[in-house]
Design a protein around this ligand. Sequence first.
Ligand code: AMP
Ligand code: MG
Length: 348
Amino acid sequence: MKTIYTKMTEEQIDPEQIRLAGEILRGGGLVAFPTETVYGLGGDAFNPESSRKIYAAKGRPSDNPLIVHICRLEDMERVAVRISDEAWKLARAFWPGPLTMILHKCPDLPAETTGGLDTVAVRFPSNKIAQALIGAGGGFIAAPSANRSGRPSPTLARYCREDLDGRVEMIIDGGQVGLGLESTIIDLTEKEPAILRPGFVTWEDLQEVLGKVNAGSLAAAVTDGAPKAPGMKYRHYAPKGRLTIVEGMPENRAAYINDRLRRCREEGIRTGVICTDETRDLYVADLVKSAGSRESEESVARELFRILREFDDEGAEEIYAESFDSSGIGRAVMNRLLKAAGQRIVHV
Ligand code: AMP
Ligand code: MG
């Protein structure tokens, strides 16, 4: 298949290209598109064949369900039933925006879209290109992140091309995404609302609206049993090199990492470090990448997946990352880093 490429901005949406993309979606094809979190790979949520194609294009296990994207708050009722007051409250507080809610699924939504679960993940993104596309595609677009399974989620259209060229009908380039980490996922189908994946809408934000919210485990650990968010059990974002997170006082951290780096150099192993503007001069790795200032957790979140992909491109074999605070948005950053590192963390 030859992938169609098109480019636009939120300020200047190209109606002709959106119409074409909508036609592709309604005809059962796939379109990768920007959202405020990461790029998504969309297909018609009510077409089981489209959902099958998404799994195939990503190389994703078909028991890992998709998020249904809508472009009008009230459309939540077309995909979910028995919607609680809490869900409406959250929708009014955070939509459109980077929050995904797990609700009881409508019977006519295909099992393929929800990975066979009787619940459905729903989100109303704020990105204007995404909203226009969802509308043009019929209003219900199933979309996971637009990467090949296991790779970091794409924050640039270039990364969608790397992973999906020739596997999808169209890729819409809307520039670098604003946030850079996937949406917060909250489960509202159990007695107590519970965070399944931390993100930009923080535990603190959610508590402000709902009161008591279960924060979930930071690591969203790989378990033997059936995890609540099926995505949890798969290895994620993993760079090709071996990534280790190092936690401790800045001086101890730098001393430990530099010691490891020196040993790698002796063995001719290519090294990388993920750090911040405040500490970048401390390291002697082949590749030292700052994710921005510690003052701005937003910047760290936005740059993380790009850095992981660059390490792959530049052949880093042994990678060390500084740890981040696990409150606020830092919680989401640490969650993704831990997954990327296969939970490998050392305390110094
Ligand atoms: P992605 O957009 O690529 O991050 O993938 C969607 C994520 O949403 C996956 O991690 C899924 O496990 C999660 N998800 C989707 N639907 C459900 C659901 N019904 N229950 C729990 N998690 C879900
Ligand atoms: Mg994903």
